[in-house]
Design a protein around this ligand. Structure first.
Ligand code: SAM
Length: 220
């Protein structure tokens, strides 16, 4: 996947501005250029961001879409409750701010001139408000432990038409690694791209799908 200059510029701006505004981008924004490029390559369509925190990932996607003239709304799913947040980040030794609020998320979006549609809930069970939505792209960056990453993939699997990105595919998060390896072994999703800790999964193209129904070894 080619990394777009626009995505690098947006990622740099968002990471810097959030730090100046008293927040932060997760992992200092290292995955944001890859996420922004993934969303751009999908073209028009809605995006869903699981785990929004101060909004770095969701704002990056919204701003890249805006600057490239791509259509589509950006949804965020995050409960913004202290217990969920602390389970994920407290004890990791982070010295940067972790206590984001939904007000900070929405103010940060306003600062960048983009709109985010927040569903203030856990991503699993899948929110009722989004039960009929279809997304071009999604980003998994919420609960990285236990069944969290797998539940997110299973919930998104049939609702996303192009790419599912995930953060933190690294040894520190074995349940994210397990989810990505599972997803990439399925007929309907492929491992598209990995750079550092970011992974993009691509929906299998109908013409390339090797299902029992259309694969004929005699044709090779
Ligand atoms: C690492 S932060 C996300 C960082 C953000 N994507 C960024 O780019 O800066 C994790 C966020 O996931 C949220 N979270 C944790 N478990 C969740 C779940 N099951 N569903 C939705 N959000 C969750 C937390 O409240 C926290 O805001």
């Amino acid at each position: 996947m080619r990394i777009l200059t626009e995505a690098i510029e947006v990622a740099t701006e968002v990471t810097k501005a959030l730090a100046e505004r008293g927040g932060r981008a997760a992992d200092n924004g290292v995955s944001l250029p890859f996420l922004g490029s993934m969303a751009a390559w999908a073209g028009d369509g809605d995006h869903v961001d699981i785990g929004a925190l101060y909004g770095a990932s969701a704002i990056t996607v919204a701003l890249v879409k805006k600057r490239l003239g791509l259509k589509g709304d950006v949804y965020c799913i995050d409960p913004y409750d202290a217990e969920t947040r602390d389970r994920r980040v407290v004890g990791t030794g982070l010295s940067s701010p972790v206590s984001a609020t939904k007000e900070e998320l929405l103010k940060n979006a306003e600062f960048f001139g983009v709109e985010l549609k927040l569903i203030q809930k856990l991503s699993h069970p899948w929110p009722e408000e989004l039960k009929d939505n279809v997304f071009a792209t999604a980003y998994i960056d919420g609960d990285h432990s236990g069944e969290g990453p797998m539940n997110d993939f299973l919930n998104l699997r049939g609702r996303v038409t192009d790419y599912i990105g995930t953060d933190n595919m690294e040894e520190e998060y074995p349940d994210v690694v397990r989810m990505v390896l599972f997803a990439a072994a399925q007929d309907d999703w492929q491992l598209f791209y990995k750079n550092f800790i970011f992974v993009a999964l691509r929906k299998t193209l109908p013409s390339r799908g090797l299902s029992a129904g259309n694969y004929n070894p005699a044709e090779e």
